[in-house]
Ligand binder design. Sequence first.
Ligand SMILES: [Zn+2]
Length: 550
Amino acid sequence: MKNKSILLFIFTLVISSAQAQQKPAIALTQPKLVIGIVVDQMRPDYITRYWNKFGEDGFKRLLRNGYNCRNTQYNYVPTYTGPGHASIYTGTTPAYNGIVANDWYDNKIQDTVYCVEDDSVRSIGGDEEAGKMSPSRLLTTTITDELHLSTQGKSKVIGVSLKDRGAILPAGRAANAAYWYDGKTGNWISSSWYMNQLPQWTNDFNAKKYPNEYLSKPWNTLLNIDRYTESDADNNPYEATYKGEEKPIFPHDLPTLKGKSFDLVRRTPFGNTMTKDFAIASIKGENLGRDSITDFLCVSFSATDYVGHQFGPMAIETEDTYLRLDKDIADLLQNLDNTIGKGKYLLFLTADHGAEYNPQSLIDQKLYAGFGDSKALEDSVKTYLQVNFGKSDYFKCYLNNQIYLDHQKIEDNKLDECFVENKVAQYLKLHIDGVIDALTGCNLQSNEYSEPFRSKLQRGYQSNRTGDILLMYAPGWMDHLFGNGKQGTTHGTAYTYDSQVPLIWYGWNIPKGNTAREIHITDIAPTLSYLLNIGVPNGCTGKPILEIIK
Ligand SMILES: [Zn+2]
């Protein structure tokens, strides 16, 4: 037996050295195209819950032939769309990439800002306000920027999403283009950061007026409504209605609900279908994946987030949106097979955050959950500051479960900033329902936290952009929501329901398999770097996923 294996070993050596002589020393090949898919607000359990209703060619195709990282986690808070997209593509957390929330108070310019707003650029192709967007607040390179740098700009990088931030942040600062949806005009638009006019293929796409078509008929379930056994009954108190609707039930009469704009499309599964069609048009229009230099297409499906917020994870509307997304993904894969070729493209699919069950539905099932009241919290902090420090206007604003204090006023009155922060944090922990922890900027700048949740606050903290007192509600708690304040859902916390997301790799050089090992969202970008043999993004804190790159 032993002799046999030695012989086999020598034989293998001889064969492999013969093969090595035939090939160049290092055979560097590249995929023609990388497609990054981000499904906004996708919980990983949707895959298993809806499995029996999915077709063979969408999610099932990816999972059966690809590699499933089943325990992929966001390693910072807040788990919102802007930071989520930034961390996937930069391989680092808001502490370094600077995208600390969707909106934050900027201490340098003393104003509230939106993560991709940019007054120095012009709208191209649509409403003026909707187009004044760019990645100018992104502080580190993305994997897409690194691809650009490593090919002297010869690779093409395109970002596509209904949401501006979902298109702009993935494509990076050096992108050829990012396109997003303008609900006012019903057009896909861009900004002068990227171009001075829309390319002809985009104008052609806009001329087809898909939003008109999608809003001309009611939204009915794809399957017979009795078959949605994985979801709650259609009419239930935990779902919010569309504006103008009596009950949150099918059919949703889009033609009467749409009003004067085309914005409603994004709140229906058809927003995803339109995104898929625009992505396919961009592959053709930009000739993506046609030469020997790798191109990168970033596609973000955002309709899932709008539907998820309004109806919650247990709604038939949410299930129907995923069943339709499954078909859209099947269509996209079919198109990639036809245009790029099977095995010649590399694809990954993940999400920018998850979402919690509706808290009221949990309470009604005897589980512990609750609703925070941000207005009441704000008022009580102001009163506390007035009573204890003589001024309520040390309080600046409350955003993203963070309190921003007025540093200048505190300094002018010769108060110790850290003392004030700690007192407010202490007060909140003792007096606000549902608050279980509060860390201050001073805490975060002088300690290094390793505990699972506090360390997530630290990785999301950047002193110029994050607030001064960071609150943590108990699991299951969230701020007032839609409709009556207790309908639908949201996300943003450090807890698994918000932090755990799907991560599936598929296509070029991807092995079949799965792992339940904990993988961080910041590991995606360095994994791509190793797969593509290009630089790692410059603020990267993640590690390559060895199971994928071996
Ligand atoms: Zn959201």
